[in-house]
Design a binder for this molecule. Structure first.
Ligand SMILES: O=C(O)c1ccccc1N[C@@H]1O[C@H](COP(=O)(O)O)[C@@H](O)[C@H]1O
Length: 210
């Protein structure tokens, strides 16, 4: 199973995590986040990462023009839209040649029917836990709800993932199986600073699972 490490912002920590060769690394371009990339991330730093790692820019309710500008400047491979973005905006980005991951906040009142208008404009879906913040809440949602997922779009599982819950029998039994796991606060020393040894263990375990 593929692994995305999200919320990276410290250059040395980015290099250490990149050396583990995760499939995806996520960078948060939303100013309201504790993991906002700010001035710490430069186009040169991202260009120096191993070619096999896909770089994802995470945006929340951002204008299409700004997203396009960041994709071009940082050579992002995909964008993750983590707010209330519309299918129309996903379509605009897709038509501009940008691959879109649309994030959905799963919680009370969420219906997987709401994902259907996005299907044709996105490469992947992402299911996160609804919480106070747009993302990075560190809380797991009830994975049982995934049985109501009516789309066969490959999806990233997100929301409070850590070594313990990713080793659980509930995770092993998940249906449909996620395309990737998206890890963030569950592998942090502090916001934006990842625990490299724990990520190494996770990546080893996920490779075995295929
Ligand atoms: O991490 C953030 O600060 C963040 C802010 C705004 C939008 C998305 C954000 N992160 C995403 O949140 C999920 C779940 O994170 P966690 O494991 O619960 O900490 C993950 O997809 C991040 O990409």
């Amino acid at each position: 199973m593929k692994v995305k490490v999200c919320g990276m912002r410290e250059p040395e920590n980015i290099r250490q995590v990149a050396a583990l060769l995760p499939d995806f690394m996520g960078f948060i371009f939303y100013q309201g986040s504790k993991r906002f990339v700010g001035e710490l991330i430069t186009p040169d730093l991202l260009a120096s990462l191993p070619a096999g790692i896909k770089k994802i820019g995470v945006f929340v309710n951002e204008e299409t023009a700004v997203i396009r500008e960041k994709v071009a400047l940082y050579h992002l491979d995909l964008v993750q839209l983590h707010g209330a973005e519309t299918p129309r905006q996903c379509q605009e980005l897709q038509e501009a040649g940008i691959s879109v991951i649309k994030a959905f906040s799963v919680g009370d009142g969420f219906s997987f029917l709401s994902t259907l208008p996005y299907e044709r404009y996105c490469t992947y879906f992402l299911f996160d836990t609804r919480g106070k913040q747009h993302g990075g809440n560190g809380v797991v949602f009830d994975w049982e709800l995934l049985k109501d997922n009516i789309s066969d779009k490959p999806y990233f599982l997100s929301g409070g993932l850590n070594l313990e819950n990713l080793q659980s029998k509930e995770f092993a039994k998940l249906k449909p199986k996620p395309f990737a796991v998206d890890v963030n606060s569950g592998f942090e020393q502090e916001p934006g600073l990842k625990k490299v040894a724990e990520l190494k263990q996770l990546l080893g375990e996920m490779k075995v699972r295929g």
